[in-house]
Design a protein around this ligand. Structure first.
Ligand code: PBG
Length: 343
């Protein structure tokens, strides 16, 4: 500044703003609270949990510090804890023994498979907890795909038949919401028909309507033990992450076929999609803050690069602001605990 003389304001700030001063409402905690537009509560949370065979055991998921794979008995205890924290629903994901996997994912059609046993046990012990079951073949196939693989192709219609049967078995086991996550064409309508025909008219479908081909699912594959199994990628059925009109078309199609709720997955890199779906389609809209998003926040926090707790809260509130009615998040118990302490 030494050689230049000071540059005076040409107009006063009041002239520039027309005397509108947006900082007025931000000046104190009470006024910030008063004008806060979005809030996060335990009611917004869905807790995804990983289930494995055995008894009274849990194993850490390396890429997801603080997250464990657990046996059914411990999952029941966690569901009890979740209910006490006010979390409305859990979503269950199984780690299936490799010996039970085949090319068609046949184990999904066993009414006593791990996921259906977990549903029965949780429902019996904690009936007030909503249970959302994922309908997709990937935990059950030897190749890690969500569909039946034949000659290098994921065959759509046969996969639809398979996931439709599986959905009915899940409803029979007591699942409260069926969540098809395989992205096959026609699966929502087919599952709706089958649920209606078997007495489950009141079981809603939460469609993983816009599930993008994404690198952010990496740690989940470690969690359910499909890491390294996947042959190729999932681009022939998951959405291209370059597209958003296509995402709206997918969501519209699922609604026409009978979906009650939509989900966007992954979450944070796709807030624009959440916003479009909520505002264009006006139905209950959820986001899945996936394993890779959780891992990124945890890794940065562990290095002292960001404040992990603040990042958790900010990321979850961002989903609300974008238009979400609820969020599937591995942070569910931690954040519910925090909200309870504050509340
Ligand atoms: C597949 C499925 C995936 C996730 C849940 N169900 C993705 C995949 O393996 O391709 C990912 C969840 C996460 O990353 O947290 N049906």
């Amino acid at each position: 500044m030494s050689i230049h003389s000071r540059v005076p304001l040409v107009r006063t700030v009041d002239e520039i703003t027309g005397s509108r001063r947006l900082r007025r409402m931000r000046k104190a905690d009470w006024s910030r609270r008063l004008v806060q537009e979005n809030r996060l509560t335990a009611d917004d949370l869905i807790w995804p949990i990983f289930i494995m065979e055995g008894e009274n055991r849990r194993e850490p998921v390396d890429a997801m510090p603080g997250v464990f794979r657990m046996t059914v008995d411990l999952a029941v205890a966690e569901a009890e804890r979740g209910a006490k924290l006010g979390i409305p629903a859990i979503a269950t994901f199984p780690q299936i023994d490799n010996a039970l996997k085949d090319d068609a994912g046949s184990e999904i059609l066993d009414e006593n498979n791990l996921i259906n046993r977990a549903t029965r046990a949780i429902k019996a012990a904690v009936p007030q907890m909503g249970i959302i079951t994922d309908v997709a073949l990937d935990p059950f196939t030897s190749h890690g795909h969500d569909g039946i693989l034949r000659n290098g192709i994921i065959v759509n219609d046969e996969t639809v038949e398979q996931v439709t049967q599986a959905a009915v078995l899940q409803a029979q086991a007591g699942a409260d919401i069926i969540a098809p996550s395989d992205m096959m064409d026609g699966r929502v309508g087919s599952i709706r028909d089958a649920l209606d025909a078997t007495g489950f008219q009141d079981v809603p479908i939460m469609s993983y309507a816009t599930k993008f081909a994404s690198c952010f699912y990496g740690p989940y594959r470690e969690a359910i033990g499909t890491q390294g199994l996947l042959r190729g990628d999932k681009k022939t059925y998951y959405l291209d992450h370059a597209n958003s009109d296509e995402a709206v078309r997918e969501a519209e199609q699922d609604l026409l076929e009978g979906a009650d709720m939509l989900m966007v997955k992954p979450g944070m890199p796709y807030l624009d999609i959440i916003h479009r779906l909520k505002h264009e389609l006006r139905v209950p809209t959820f986001a899945y803050q996936v394993s890779g998003e959780y891992a990124m926040i945890e890794a940065a926090a562990a290095n002292g690069w960001i404040d992990g707790e603040k990042a958790m809260l900010e990321s979850l509130l961002a989903f609300k602001r974008a238009g979400c009615d609820g969020i599937l998040t591995y942070y569910a118990p931690r954040v519910a605990e925090l909200l309870k302490q504050e509340g």
